[in-house]
Design a protein around this ligand. Structure first.
Ligand SMILES: [Zn+2]
Length: 291
């Protein structure tokens, strides 16, 4: 059974690189039935960014990729930009903690302007290093995360959160951190979620689930908001990591083929959750009908 032509098929978190497969990966995504990508920025250069200008150039590279994908494929692309939380750790070693924290905060402000200018739809990835760091660096990372949540509040957009796996307490702490910054939990998305949780266990935070087959089978009928993602890295040294970009359309096809209400269930992650968290619905582009 083909995917219904009016069903968006959305990968909610991936990266693409001009040094990797780039637009060809998006073409593969489309050929498998994918229609929409949330494209998160990443560092494209040998060294991590050390200045706001470096971040500006990085975001522009992501934007250029998005523009190329829209021009050359039927895929719609939404940009997600922010300084990667872990950048602050390496920048602190190179620049000193105080200067690194200032660059990071300025880059978050820049990302907020991109959202307000409608060049991006969300702030991401923001959050905390997923590994242990020195106490002073950890404090700076926490302050940077708080600032990120305030920037998301002011830009009226979701924050896509990078963190270690979250327990129920971890979700509660995240929601409380958002509340302190004035960002409601419905605007928080835990990206790279690897375990099934209910909306109340997540304290209202949305889950962007890694689209591994068993996890997708577990969560497919669950109430939202939740998304599916590959966190595709487009790194030639790690082909197909974290999951290949064709994964979400493949899972969608399996669900539609496996159950009579599969297409209806997929309205959850691909339409209703986007509307709940972002405030708009993904539209199938004119000329984006599937073969
Ligand atoms: Zn990512």
């Amino acid at each position: 059974m083909p995917l219904p032509s009016d069903l968006p098929v959305v990968d909610h978190h991936c990266h693409l690189s001009p040094h990797g497969e780039g637009v060809a990966a998006a073409r593969r995504f489309a050929a498998t039935g994918g229609t929409h990508l949330f494209l998160a920025t990443q560092n494209y250069e040998a060294d991590p960014p050390r200045s706001v200008e470096d971040y500006q150039r990085q975001f522009e590279t992501t934007e250029a990729l998005a523009r190329q994908i829209r021009a050359e494929t039927p895929v719609e692309v939404y940009l997600v930009v922010a300084p990667y939380p872990v950048d602050l750790v390496s920048a602190a070693a190179a620049l000193g903690l105080e200067k690194a924290a200032r660059v990071h905060a300025d880059a978050l402000d820049l990302a907020g302007r991109w959202v307000r200018d409608r060049r991006a739809v969300a702030l991401g990835e923001v959050g905390l290093p997923h590994f242990e760091v020195a106490p002073d660096v950890a404090a700076a990372c926490g302050a940077a995360f708080d600032h990120a949540l305030e920037v998301a509040r002011d830009a009226d957009c979701p924050a896509i959160v990078h963190s270690a796996d979250l327990t129920i307490d971890g979700y509660r702490e995240l929601a409380a951190r958002g509340a302190r910054a004035g960002l409601p939990s419905g605007r928080l998305v835990k990206h790279y979620a690897r375990h099934r949780t209910t909306p109340s266990e997540r304290a209202g935070v949305a889950a962007s689930y890694l689209a591994r087959r068993p996890l997708v089978q577990e969560v497919v009928g669950d109430p939202g908001p939740w998304f599916l993602e590959t966190d595709f890295l487009d790194d030639r040294s790690r082909p197909g990591a974290v999951l290949d970009l064709a994964t979400v359309p493949r899972r969608a096809r399996a669900i539609v083929e496996g159950s009579s209400d599969g297409a209806e269930q997929l309205q959850g992650p691909f339409v209703e959750s986007i509307e709940a968290v972002y405030g708009w619905r993904p539209e199938i582009r004119a000329g984006n009908g599937r073969p």
